[in-house]
Design a protein around this ligand. Structure first.
Ligand code: 9MJ
Length: 673
């Protein structure tokens, strides 16, 4: 036997690699049960690519390397469907399904029909022609007899085999199915398009259609498309099973993906139950569906039933209620949330969508309104999917009449009339009348009473809500006007606890300037900033009269914080509440201004770890900061002290490794003295 040449050796190896890769594609895409890792797969593919590069004459169109190859087309050519690609009749309620079943049973003269049932994918119908196991043509449905030849694009879709598996497939096999983009792929694609300033796709169906109708297959290749088969067209030179359910199993055996939710049910009740079950599952499926399909399972029965017009009498689609409908924006209102955030809401002409009547849709914020460019009077597409709140998907620009004004967020709160502010770089607009605004009342008072603010013991969330609902408390100052009778009148309020709350209120009057500033709930002013401000300005009067420039002179106060503070104190209603609080007797010791150099812990960095028993970590942090120390979250060479509480974590270990001084809680307390 003559020795085999390198060319022959390459040919054999290439054949082996292609078989292996096709097998692994089948395990991965069709059976969802891979046998090798992604990196092993990549190695096989790379070896094949290298060999083919050396021996270009050995490249064949069905090689797994040849998914994207061709240059862009000038236009799509036609494909003729010798067996028409049918559409399906629709049923929009159970009666229509019962009618369909009754007619079929009467024609067949049987009691019960077995149905093959499957989800109805919302994608693009496609016909794939395999000749001797090799994909030779892919065509869209078009008008059912003539579609577009999208072979080059379809070849780029991983879940579509270029060559069938096994050897018992018919000589000619036309597979029919749906090309889809799954939900995750769709979201990712739109995110990319948004980032690149490109127009987003409205839904996965449009994205799949847009991706397939590309003259340049490289664009299609970059899109996350996939495929499920659900039937056959022309079949020559081979035998198919005599039931739909068995045929799709055969297709699966030849390497085509079928829907894992497909099954066979008995009679029309089985169909109705299946509809119910899939509807419940709809949101958790990774792809969009718009209903379910019921098909008479027996091919002999299908043939006896035949067709009407362009739809078979042996199948029907039970559609879900539409998730998108058109309607008109009658107004755009602005709601104020509990935190003072303003949210624009579109008031819609009521429309039935996703199974309910929708008359409002959130518009989120000004950016979203600008993105959609939605204006009062516009016709819009509203979407309600599952239990998600209704959204406006897009404006139907062609229906816009006249030149409606662009919507702008109001400059004043629609609830309390205080100025609104939008912080640079943030999406939300806020009301600045925190102390007074009715919308924020409950949250504001809860915050005011909370432990790190005025620390009014016993005044919990439930009680605040009752007091506000009863009309007894409108702002934090009203708390100090409460009497025992009013408090005892609240639910689950014993006489003793009413007295306790009055005592706690009395006690809270003696506070600190820092706590008071924090309690005001000014946007962007947390506990640490409140302490800094108290230290820097020493009196409330000076803080309230400071302008943005002098505010920024305080440590760690930047333009955003300064702006929030000035805006807050500029609201007459906020000032009124502050006056009432002072009149109620709130007071605090004079702040001792420590000159920067006099701060004993200035320049020292502390890290706290583990649980402290005498004080909270926040209190410890605040106390350290008041003495000029920096408190950091992680240990580094720059750390001076690590304070170790109970059950310390890795920070304590790291401190030891770096030779950093470790303090116990009691040592910390000593130093704070
Ligand atoms: C979809 N769209 O999922 C059919 N379909 O059968 C399923 N469409 C169909 N079957 C015959 N699952 C014509 C169309």
């Amino acid at each position: 036997m003559p020795p085999i040449s390198p060319h022959e050796q390459a040919r054999d190896r290439i054949a082996q690699l292609r078989d292996d890769i096709n097998h692994h594609n089948y395990r991965y895409y069709i059976l969802d049960d891979p046998e090798i890792t992604d990196s092993e797969y990549d190695r096989l593919l790379r070896e094949l690519q290298d060999l083919e590069q050396h021996y270009p004459d050995l490249i064949t169109p069905d090689s797994p390397t040849q998914r994207v190859g061709a240059a862009p087309l000038e236009s799509f050519s036609e494909v003729k469907h010798r067996i028409p690609m049918l559409s399906l009749g629709n049923a929009f309620n159970n009666e229509e399904v019962l009618d369909f079943d009754r007619r079929a049973r009467e024609r067949l003269d049987v009691e019960v029909i077995d149905y093959a049932v499957e989800p109805k994918l919302d994608g693009l119908a496609i016909s794939l022609r395999y000749e001797n196991g090799v994909l030779v043509q892919a065509g869209t449905r078009g008008d059912g007899t003539t579609g577009e030849d999208v072979t080059l694009n379809v070849r780029t879709i991983d879940t579509i085999p270029l060559r069938l598996v096994g050897d018992d497939y018919p000589q000619v096999l036309e597979v029919r199915g749906e090309i889809i983009m799954n939900k995750a792929g769709f979201e990712k694609l739109n995110r990319q398009r948004r980032e690149q300033g490109e127009k987003e796709f409205v839904n996965p169906r449009n994205a799949a259609a847009g991706s397939l109708r590309q003259l340049d297959p490289r664009i299609t290749a970059a899109r996350p498309l996939s495929f499920f088969s659900y039937g056959v067209g022309e079949v020559l030179g081979g035998r198919l099973e005599d039931r739909h359910s068995a045929i799709i199993k055969q297709l699966q055996g030849w390497g085509l993906r079928i829907n894992p939710e497909s099954k066979v049910v008995k009679g029309v009740q089985g169909c109705l139950d299946y509809y119910q079950k899939i509807q419940e599952k709809r949101d958790s499926l990774p792809y969009e569906i718009d209903g379910v399909v019921f098909k008479v399972d027996s091919i002999a029965q299908q043939e006896r039933l035949g067709f009407v017009a362009r739809a078979p009498r042996w199948a029907i689609a039970r559609k879900f209620p539409a998730q998108e409908e058109m309607t008109v924006v009658e107004a755009i209102d602005v709601q104020v949330g509990r935190t003072g955030a303003l949210t624009p809401v579109a008031r819609l002409q009521p429309v039935f969508v996703g199974g309910v009547t929708v008359s409002n849709a959130t518009l989120h914020n000004q950016d979203e309104i600008d993105r959609l460019d939605v204006r009062v009077g516009d016709t819009v597409i509203v979407r309600r999917a599952g239990d998600v709140i209704p959204q406006i998907v897009s404006v139907v620009r062609s229906r816009r009449q006249g030149r409606p004004r662009k919507f702008k967020m109001p400059t004043h709160c629609p609830v309390c009339g205080s100025a609104t502010e939008r912080i640079e770089g943030e999406a939300k607009t806020f009301c600045t009348g925190g102390l007074y605004c009715e919308a924020q009342r409950k949250e504001m008072i809860k915050h005011f009473a909370s432990r790190r603010a005025l620390d009014i013991e016993g005044l919990g969330e439930k009680l605040v809500e009752q007091l506000v609902d009863a009309g007894l408390v409108h702002d934090p100052a009203d708390l100090y006007a409460l009497n025992e009778a009013q408090l005892s009148g609240m639910e689950r309020m014993a006489e003793k606890s009413a007295q306790n709350i009055l005592a706690a209120l009395e006690k809270s009057k003696q506070t600190t300037l820092a706590r008071f500033i924090y309690a005001l709930g000014i946007h962007n002013v947390g506990e640490t900033t409140a302490q800094t401000l108290a230290q820097h300005f020493a009196t409330l009067e000076q803080l309230m009269t400071a302008d943005e420039e002098s505010l920024q002179a305080a440590p760690d106060v930047g333009p955003i914080v300064a702006h929030s503070i000035v805006t807050f104190f500029a609201q007459p209603h906020n000032r009124e509440v502050i006056d009432k609080l002072l009149a109620a007797g709130l007071h605090w010791p004079e702040v001792e201004i420590k000159s920067e150099d006099a701060l004993p812990l200035k320049g020292k960095t502390f890290v706290l770890t583990g649980t402290l028993t005498q004080m909270s970590r926040n209190d410890a942090k605040a106390a350290l900061q008041a003495l000029g120390a920096k408190v950091s979250g992680s240990v580094s060479k720059k750390t001076d002290y690590v304070v170790v509480g109970e059950n310390p974590g890795s920070k304590a270990v790291k401190a030891e490794q770096l030779g950093i001084e470790i303090l116990s809680e009691s040592e910390l307390l000593q130093r704070l003295e």
